[in-house]
Design a binder for this molecule. Structure first.
Ligand code: AKG
Length: 286
């Protein structure tokens, strides 16, 4: 038996595969407010909102992040839902801090797929003990869900990052990632050679959550049937070994300015009102 909201088998699957899909982790009392929050947030987006893709039929893929700062339903989910404990248990952490939320919203029939990538090498933090929680607020079929290269969170190879700013074309988003001779190799063409990789993904219902290590290679979503939209709420969580990292090769999203304003410097343990600690393991009984 596991402890709290995850089983030992789920903890093991997360450690080995880098990803686990938890069925029915959240009831309508969490999903309904998130849907309301998302509707409001889409109507009044943050300055970070971007359209990643717009197709010739008027379909769009919208991305926004750190909206918990102005969307009370997102804040309530981060602060009070079982997600912080799920993250802490899966990570085997003594405590977890909230990093940020993100939304990925595709209108009906959008084919655009997010390119395969890793998350943590882009972030303004570094560590193995991280996870992202990908929660569709509508049903999603396997062929339209996020996909994962099994076990790739433990690969030793470090990859040169791709500039996701090309998706928006917006000047503010361009990051010219360093090409210093630091052992990084170009990112593999997973989509072009799918049979060479073990790719995991699940069809999902609202209330299910796919939790993944932020070093795992993942991508996809999209590829939607003409009558299906996709609305995903995502939260990111940080465990014990994570430290602030201002990466000279570039960051996306780049939190350096807000971290420094919050008194955080390179190498510091994450903590501040912007990245609150939201779960701590009970000490073992004496
Ligand atoms: O849902 C998507 O299209 C992308 C999701 C993703 O890359 C992430 O959650 O890190």
């Amino acid at each position: 038996m596991g402890q709290g909201p995850v089983t030992d088998e789920q903890v093991q699957a997360f450690a080995d595969d880098g990803v686990v899909c938890l069925r029915g982790a959240f009831g309508p009392d969490w999903i309904e407010p998130l849907r309301r929050g998302m509707d409001r947030a889409l109507a009044g987006p943050s300055e970070r909102r971007r359209i990643w893709d717009a197709d010739d039929r008027g379909g769009t893929t919208t991305y926004d992040n750190q909206c918990w700062l102005h969307v009370p339903e997102y804040r309530d989910f981060a602060e009070h839902s079982p997600m912080a404990e799920i993250a802490g248990r899966l990570l085997g952490a003594s405590a977890v801090n909230f990093f940020f939320d993100a939304v990925f919203v595709r209108t009906a029939g959008v084919r655009f797929r997010t390119p395969f990538h890793q998350d943590e090498p882009y972030w303004s933090v570094e560590g193995f003990d991280t996870c992202s929680a990908w929660m569709p607020l509508v049903p999603v079929a396997r062929e339209s869900a996020l996909e994962f290269v099994r076990g790739s969170h433990r690969w030793d190879q470090r990859y040169r990052q791709e500039n996701f700013g090309v998706l928006t074309g917006d000047d503010r988003d361009q990051v010219r990632y360093g090409v210093a001779d630091d052992g990084r190799v170009p990112f593999p063409d997973i989509e072009g050679d799918r049979d060479a990789y073990e790719i995991l993904g699940w069809d999902m219902e609202p209330g299910d959550v796919t939790v993944f290590n932020a070093r795992i290679i993942h991508g996809g979503s999209g590829n939607l049937a003409p009558d299906r939209e996709l609305k995903v709420f995502n939260t990111q969580w940080l465990g014990d070994d994570v430290r602030v990292a201002f990466r000279p090769e570039g960051m996306d999203p780049d939190h350096r300015e807000v971290m420094e304003a919050a008194g955080l410097g390179h190498g510091d343990r994450i903590t501040s009102d912007l990245y609150p600690e939201l779960w701590r393991r009970e000490p073992a009984p004496a």
